[in-house]
Design a protein around this ligand. Structure first.
Ligand code: AMP
Length: 281
């Protein structure tokens, strides 16, 4: 695996790969890698001839400064995992390489309603920051394929929109959510949970299953209320949302229609760690 820390050297490498006719699969991450990230790398390796992974903890997408300060960083371990997985290239840029002109966002990405709901509503500015960094990364890497995780369903939709807004032709693939044995969705932020919280956190998955299994016979409002009660009982201290939406638009629905693809999304806090998860029906 070749590690690049500058845009210039990475671009020389990518140009060479493209000249050789190779497709470029790109997996952007914020590090503290786990099996979920590696599943995206594997998917890229299956579909593309060259796989580039980036690790960059983007400050502009954190609406909560404490969350940014406490974001886990495990670069040495990440390099070992990526090397073992046979990754071709790792881009490990400094803040200066990504934002040579500073971090202030000088434009507004038109994300429509995607920005007003769910994480868009509860994390103001978050998706603008995500678009800011991913636009920059896509301009640097110009991948033929981009691999994203369903774990961040709303982010996948935002980034699909970003690629429509940008003059690039990148195919997006969304990979399924990788879970721990107890159902907890793998996440870098899980590193901030203690052993007791790791057990409690599985309640999110249990409630996704509960809603899925009862969506046909209990009113959606009551289902959401019951799920919220269970999360609080399990030890969660704050719930941002439990929403049942039409997957295509992320608009909340009042009644379940089997013919319409539906998603259940949850965001809740265990202590000061915010966890998100979802299930598409
Ligand atoms: P992050 O490092 O959290 O920014 O995530 C980088 C990429 O990995 C994103 O596309 C995530 O959606 C994806 N990802 C994170 N957790 C998982 C998971 N448990 N299963 C599958 N993909 C994931």
């Amino acid at each position: 695996m070749i590690i690049f820390t500058t845009v210039a050297t990475l671009q020389v490498y990518i140009s060479k790969q493209k000249k050789d006719g190779k497709s470029i699969g790109f997996v952007p991450t914020m590090g503290a890698l786990h099996t979920g990230h590696l599943s995206l790398v594997k998917m890229s390796q299956k579909h593309c001839q060259t796989t580039v992974v980036s690790i960059f903890v983007n400050p502009t997408q954190f609406n909560n400064p404490t969350d940014f300060d406490k974001y886990p960083i495990t670069v040495e371990q990440d390099c070992l995992l990526l090397e073992k997985q046979g990754t071709d290239a790792l881009f490990l840029p400094s803040l200066q390489e990504i934002y040579p002109n500073g971090t202030t966002l000088k434009k507004h990405f038109d994300l429509g309603n995607l920005e007003n709901v769910l994480d868009g509503k509860y994390r103001p500015g978050h998706f603008q920051g995500v678009c800011q960094v991913v636009e920059r990364l896509l301009e640097i890497v110009h991948p033929t394929h981009l691999f994203l995780g369903q774990k961040d369903l709303q982010q996948c939709m935002v980034l699909k929109r970003l690629t429509v807004l940008m003059p690039i032709d990148t195919q997006i693939t969304m990979a399924p959510i990788q879970r721990e044995a107890n159902g907890l969705a793998m996440s870098s932020r899980n590193l901030r949970l203690n052993n007791e919280q790791l057990l409690q956190a599985a309640a999110i998955y249990e409630q996704l299953i509960f809603i899925k299994e009862n969506i046909d016979n209990i009113s959606l409002d009551l289902l959401k209320q019951k799920a919220a009660d269970k999360l609080l009982e399990a030890g969660f201290n704050k719930i941002d949302y439990i929403e049942i939406v039409e997957t295509g638009t992320l608009k909340s629905i009042g009644k379940y229609k089997p013919a319409t693809e539906t998603a259940i999304l949850i965001a809740a806090f265990l202590g000061d760690v915010r966890l998100i998860d979802n299930m598409v029906l």
